[in-house]
Design a protein around this ligand. Structure first.
Ligand SMILES: [Zn+2]
Length: 172
């Protein structure tokens, strides 16, 4: 993707992204490509598992405070490797290498209600959604998140990207 000289000159003056996206690092889930967005359109925070950490919170806060971004989307996707590993840790006691384990620790609390009686593919689908909702809940539970929401300065949405169809499904 190459931007025209006019667009580049405009972007050199500053950015006005219309949304912040907290998404997964998975190579199949690049938000700019999924949403057909150009340079300057999206403020994207990607971390394996679309999870919340202090750095992710800080990045969302930066976009809201300094760039005036009001729309925040947490974007998960089917077949997410981190969610899968977290499920394996929860159900089979599987252990990952220490740094990966750090990721799982942030994801696991959100999977508490995944029903172990479901088939593994159903558990996975439930876990992917639960993980998005868990990240959303953590954003909402900050004092700033609550305040911005109350002032109508933040709209938070959750979505799951379906890798097979290329569709982004918004969570109700
Ligand atoms: Zn993923």
């Amino acid at each position: 993707m190459r931007a025209s000289k006019d667009v580049l000159a405009d972007l050199a003056k500053g950015q006005r992204p219309y949304a912040t996206i907290v998404g997964c690092s998975d190579s199949r889930v690049a938000p700019e490509l999924l949403f057909d967005a150009g340079l300057g359109d999206l403020f994207v925070i990607r971390v394996a598992g679309s999870l919340m950490s202090p750095e992710v919170f800080g990045s969302v806060q930066y976009a809201g405070t300094y760039l005036g971004v009001q729309l925040v989307m947490v974007l998960g996707h089917d077949g997410c490797g981190v969610v899968k590993a977290a499920l394996a840790a929860r159900c089979q006691g599987a252990r990952e290498r220490a740094r990966i384990q750090t990721l799982l620790q942030r994801v696991l609390p959100g999977l508490a209600d995944v029903d172990p009686r479901l088939s593994s593919s159903e558990q996975m689908a439930q876990a992917v959604e639960a993980n998005v909702r868990w990240s959303m809940r953590q954003l909402l539970e900050t004092a700033e998140g609550r305040a911005r929401l109350a002032q109508g300065k933040m709209k938070l949405v959750g979505a799951v990207y379906e890798t097979a169809t290329g569709r982004v499904r918004l969570l109700a």
